[in-house]
Design a protein around this ligand. Sequence first.
Ligand code: DC
Length: 233
Amino acid sequence: MIPPRYRLTKFRNKVIAIDGPAGSGKSTTARIVAARLGYIYLDTGAMYRALTYFASTQGVEPSDGARLTALASGLSIEFETHEDINRVSINGQDVTNEIRSPEVTQQVSEVSAHKDVRKAMVAKQREIGRNGSIVAEGRDTTTVVFPDAHVKVYLEASVRARAQRRLIDLARMGVATSVEEQIAELQRRDAMDSGRKHSPLTKAKDAYVVDTTNCTIEEQVERVLSLLKTVLK
Ligand code: DC
């Protein structure tokens, strides 16, 4: 049920793009904001994760750009979003949990660094967003996928805060780890996501920066929603 205040004309058919590093709270924030607006939620990272998982089941290496691109082009990725969970299926198989495994997390930055893999994925993402009414999040949604988004948000948080969030998520999945281990993993992924040649993670010049280091999820959501209320015409 969409709260009445979000049924205003200015919230109709807009494209909201949210980027930021791993663990900045993009997914949770984007999912809840989308639910409150009655919008589609597009988790572009989940698409790269789904491809990474699928490739591993087919024996395709994360370094093999040509085979990964062929897989990406033929892959059907479906989302089923509720306010509290985003279920992901590939070719009809539910892979929601599999795509969050430490193995997939380790390999996904390499998979997503291939230029032609990105081209195939960006085409799918634009197709999903062609009618607007979408909150898209990832690393390049504000810069490459939807450069004309009505509102662009860049979420950031200290690496320690992000590591602590990851720790909680992984504990829920029964994976034991430490803050220091997660800090190292996040720094490795930040370096790959920001340092890669094709579509690196960067702050779009016209993005609104929201620092979530000391925010609860509800506070993050409220900050983004109040930003949208102020900025959208
Ligand atoms: O947000 P996430 O951790 O689920 O993203 C997984 C990986 O996918 C991340 O390391 C970088 C990549 N990614 C990307 O290259 N471009 C996007 N738009 C989204 C994610």
